[in-house]
Write a new protein. Structure first.
Length: 179
């Protein structure tokens, strides 16, 4: 009985330590993100980071299934965090400027999430179709990112400093919640 109490107490202490570390880790990650600049600079940096992960993924061999899964997991985490930030902060601001563009970008995210899910769960990592689907996903993500960087972000930035400052604060907050 005493041993069981010690195990429970140890587990509780570990859980509490994990809770304490998690906010610190999030704050550190968000602090690094904040150094990237305003909301558009942060999102552009995230685009480039994901593109680098895709570059590494696309040169893997069919036999490197563990490496493929590891890179795909990193890509999925980065894209999901990024999508939450855009969908909760940037696209609502865009909707006030261009509702059709906001809807199209939301739709792009849905397509990207579907393709990502197929790579994660529906196709074996050593199947030749897997790398073809990964390349198609990389292209979809890159085209989406270029549209945002070249067209959407400049349009929103042109809406004024007050909006940009607000978007930057809100983007960092959303990122902190999911880091």
């Amino acid at each position: 009985m005493r041993m069981g109490g010690a195990v429970i107490a140890g587990a509780a202490m570990g859980f509490l330590a994990g809770l304490a570390v998690s906010p610190a880790r999030k704050a550190l990650l968000q602090g690094t993100e904040a150094l990237a600049g305003d909301w558009a600079d942060v999102l552009t940096a995230e685009h480039h980071a994901v593109e680098a992960l895709f570059d590494a993924l696309q040169v893997t061999h069919e036999s490197q299934t563990v490496r493929r899964q590891m890179l795909l997991t990193q890509i999925a985490h980065a894209l999901n965090k990024h999508a939450i930030q855009e969908e909760n902060v940037v696209y609502p601001a865009l909707r006030r400027i261009d509702e059709a563009a906001a809807k199209r970008l939301f739709s792009d995210h849905a397509d990207i999430k579907t393709m990502l899910s197929e790579l994660q769960y529906d196709i074996a990592k050593d199947d030749p179709r897997w790398i073809e689907k990964a390349r198609a996903l990389a292209l979809e993500v890159t085209e989406h990112a270029r549209e945002e960087e070249d067209v959407v972000f400049p349009r929103i930035r042109a809406a004024g400093e007050e909006l940009n400052a607000s978007l930057t604060r809100r983007l960092h907050w959303e990122g902190l919640k999911v880091a």
